[in-house]
Design a protein around this ligand. Sequence first.
Ligand code: NAD
Length: 306
Amino acid sequence: MKISIVGAGAMGSLFGGLLAESGNDVTLIDVNDAHIDAIRADGLRLATDGSDRHVKLRICRPEEATDVPDLLVVFTKTLHTRAALSGVRHLIGPDVHLLSLQNGLGNVETISEFVDAERVLIGVTTWPADLAGPGHVHSHGKGVVRLMAADGIARPIVEHVSEALSTAGLQCTSDATVWAAIWEKVAFNAALNSICAVSGCTVDQLGLTPDGRRLADEVVSEVLSVAQRLGIDVDPDKCRTSVAGAIAQHKGHKPSMLQDVLAGRRTEIESINGAVVSAAGRLDMEVPTTETLLSLVRLVEARAVA
Ligand code: NAD
């Protein structure tokens, strides 16, 4: 497939590198000049379990991209999706499909401002990735990808994309229950990311007092009660167990929202806690802990950029 990836940071580079290695025609598109220069000079340094290699692939800035792809993958942070798609609007031809595996809610709505909803694929991934420096991405362990057409209709493109990702080693399945997985991940992130971002705690440090665990549990319950009211078949017990498991095991881990706060960057809070609070408001539901954490993260962000 001819694949362009807009937002070629940690996840975009990991996916782009693996898709290029498995024979797809991949172009990375980003605005980070140091990353672009490093990949142009030496290829993408891709470190996965047991293998550290350089992958040759194309990378350019949005205004330099000319080839209309079959698939445009959006892998910016959610707060940059609209700007990123505006920058590559000239690549969104009549046959292009767009895929988002970004965290949070509202991705389909934002992407649908640029393309008919029937050409949007949505999904969730458990693959982790970190940018170790310009042109250098790390991943470890094994993850999966689950995706579907955003409108729920089983089209051949879904299988086609899923097969390309699996052939690249990304273990993808097409799955009609993706919305439950998306909401469960939002609940997990709304709890751990926002509490760590405002407290400065690493994930395991949330277990230092019963309050940390209680707050996280409250957020999971609030978020998933909104999902259930929307008719989504989420599993709150499974989600609470994963949150407890993360607190027990993720020693020293700083979630991305804490890393963003520490680096003085804006976070994905609006598409996580923010989107849940908006959805709850539309349903006349109260999500007080999620909402308080939203206000606190907004305050911390405002202090960082002031
Ligand atoms: P990242 O910050 O490493 O990468 C985002 C990239 O987007 C950056 O390279 C940035 O320069 C680029 N970008 C920003 N504005 C742009 C624009 N206007 N045009 C083109 N490029 C632009 O982020 P990430 O960790 O790769 O995360 C991407 C998404 O995937 C997020 O929604 C995140 O929550 C989700 N996610 C991340 C992980 C992970 O382990 N990193 C795992 C699952 C999901």
